[in-house]
Unconditional design. Structure first.
Lengths: 408, 408
């Protein structure tokens, strides 16, 4: 299927507006934006995927209930304060964020989804948020995608946006998204957030399944430091303005939609991995020919999460032993004696292990490959035909610095 | 029960001799010892616990079979080469190590257990090992515990030994042990190894269960970087020379033996955590009042393994949010709204969270507590009466340096 990348992020699709403004939750002198609103001009099918952490922030608890109805029309997000571990007062603040947004937009409160990211354990400054939401609603624009993406950043070094177009039957459908990174800093900047908008017409239950599938292949396959935040969430709104034949069941239409949604989610996930705290390299781990997909996922995630593997890539060391060792403890069903390992980048490709043991390889070639900024580790299990891909980054001095030395 | 700490390590108990010599597997100019032999003058009950990694080094595969017979009389260990990912040639080398040791000692080959630690993926230099084993056998001594402990070190900064005495009925029983650390470096120095000797008389099946229990409370509750090596193993030999009434079943005698074995294993495990690569602090996480022990263990291990928590302690930051977040994603059955968190060290104790939310605490007090070298995190789940303790270390620049920059 032809997928065309376009600009516009969450406002690329028809009928979506957004804004990102500085309310004052972030205490920086640079007046960084910290409140974003996304608005669909008509009610949309809505779906969400949420953190598995048992400690769930107030906005997660709130939005999980709201989005379960399958309908939504707006998303309000603040950065600078996670509204996590804040008890009943925090729950009330999340409800108020929805209420203020609904009031400003003239829509029902139940159509507003709420997300937060930032410091854990502090109450939201309600006055600041309230005027910030009002301000954001006033600034809503069909060109507001980029501002919204800036307003959800915490320690991210760059904003993360993408949009694509594709054909669904005789209609052109647009799908756009934005996200923020998963590193956590002082005292607890948290959270992976993802927000997707589309003008596709699709039934809410199908949308929920489709989003879950896409998240499992993308956001759930990245690892910066292995910690799952209290605030993680990915939301999607599908407002139907593309007027395609509504996707109501499995079949070709859903497959095409899924391909585009996967594409957008994977692109956003890779941006998060690349922008991991202190990261100097983007790592991609491809596990091939596993017996079942779950094995491929386990193996890929174990390798991408290994501090030893991550440190080795920072040191540009072709350390196949650490990779094989991580595959070994991943609980994937593997036969160590069949494993092949390859390293690949723009500078070339070498095989470093065969049948579970190391190969002699040219150290110069390895060095050139590992000096690149994007490196692929390909692990062939030679047991079946299932695969999985995971993304992450190297472990650097800067990771420790960001997470230990924030006071200085 | 009164447990008295004594010196002597693995040769503290009656009838044990050991040696540690330089064979030449380690290529350092300092002629570091790299082959150790432990010998019991009489055949002993034997038991072992092994790595769960699917990629198992040749000595692990070999010893798992040998020790399953429940009898042993000697342990041969080399450092400098893990004999892992070495195929059939490596398997043969592990068998030869047992054969050469048996030959030197004049005992059956099936009574020799083999362990290795060091570089992954390189064949053992058989000539060097063979003459090294001969040399070690010639140097066996009832005072050789310390030399043996030195010979199993890789990146360890200090040798890890302990021995204790306790009364079992009307007899005095001695239990001693040594271990090496779990950090992994260039290119793959691996492995947690533990070797315990005792003159207690105990049935092999009971010994196996008792060792498993002790390992689950000690070596399995430490985390340096979360990676499980291809070579991890803990072995015990119990030669019966203390002439206590043989421990054949559950009961008071076994409880006393278990208490002493737990003590020895926990002491060795804490030394490993303290000597984690790059570590500047020993962290102890106590989880109290869980519904079941498994929940307490999951929560304690998640906290001690979190890169964010570890970085925070390096930065001497009382970051209760990261601790609570790790408890939340641990998959332990907890109610976040009941969790209390305390920080404690030689400098004092403060509570930092109550009912799942942060408390105002004196920053000066927190600073003093966190400046210490040994810090306890106490997490009260307020749900039941089960507990668990885990040990680890902080995440420092030096960890990254050791694991990335070994070339320089």
């Amino acid at each position: 299927m032809a997928i065309t990348v376009i600009s516009g992020g969450v406002t690329a699709a028809q009928g979506f507006q957004s804004a990102g403004i500085h309310a004052g939750i972030k205490k920086s002198s640079k007046k960084k934006p910290d409140v974003a609103v996304i608005f669909s001009e008509v009610p949309a099918a809505a779906a969400g995927v949420y953190t598995q952490n048992r400690v769930k922030a107030a906005p997660v608890v709130h939005t999980q209930k709201t989005a379960a109805m399958g309908q939504g029309q707006a998303i309000v997000v603040n950065s600078g304060n996670a509204n996590a571990c804040t008890g009943e007062e925090g729950a009330q603040s999340a409800r108020l964020m929805a209420a203020w947004t609904a009031q400003g937009l003239g829509i029902e409160e139940g159509l507003v989804m709420v997300a937060s990211t930032g410091v854990i354990g502090q109450q939201l400054p309600r006055d600041i948020i309230q005027s910030g939401i009002k301000n954001a609603v006033d600034h809503l624009s069909p060109e507001g995608g980029h501002e919204a993406a800036l307003a959800i950043m915490t320690t991210d070094l760059f904003s993360k946006e993408i949009a694509v177009q594709f054909s669904l039957g005789d209609k052109t459908v647009t799908l756009g998204g934005m996200s923020k990174g998963s590193g956590m800093i002082h005292p607890n900047m948290a959270t992976m957030l993802g927000f997707i908008t589309t003008d596709a017409s699709i039934e809410p239950e199908i949308l929920q399944k489709s989003l879950k599938k896409a998240v499992d292949k993308s956001f759930n396959m990245i690892s910066v430091d292995g910690d799952t935040s209290t605030n993680d969430m990915t939301l999607i709104l599908a407002n139907g303005l593309a007027e395609n034949k509504t996707i109501e069941s499995d079949g070709a239409l859903l497959e095409q939609f899924q391909e585009a949604l996967d594409y957008v989610c994977i692109a956003l996930a890779k941006m998060i991995a690349q922008d991991g705290e202190g990261a100097s390299k983007l790592l991609e781990v491809q596990v091939q020919n596993a017996l079942i997909e779950a094995d491929a996922k386990k193996a890929a995630k174990a390798v991408i999460s290994s501090s030893l593997v991550k440190s080795a890539f920072f040191g540009e060391d072709a350390n196949w032993g650490r990779i094989l060792c991580a595959v070994g403890y991943s609980e994937a069903n593997i036969d160590p004696d069949r494993v092949e390992i390859f390293l690949e980048s723009a500078a070339g490709r070498i095989q470093v292990a065969d049948q579970g043991t190391g190969l002699l390889f040219n150290e110069e070639d390895a060095k050139k490959i590992l000096q690149e900024k994007e490196i692929k580790v390909i692990i062939d299990l030679h047991q079946g035909s299932q695969g999985a891909v995971a993304w992450g980054c190297d472990l650097t001095y800067d990771y420790v610095k960001i997470n230990a030395d924030y006071r200085t």
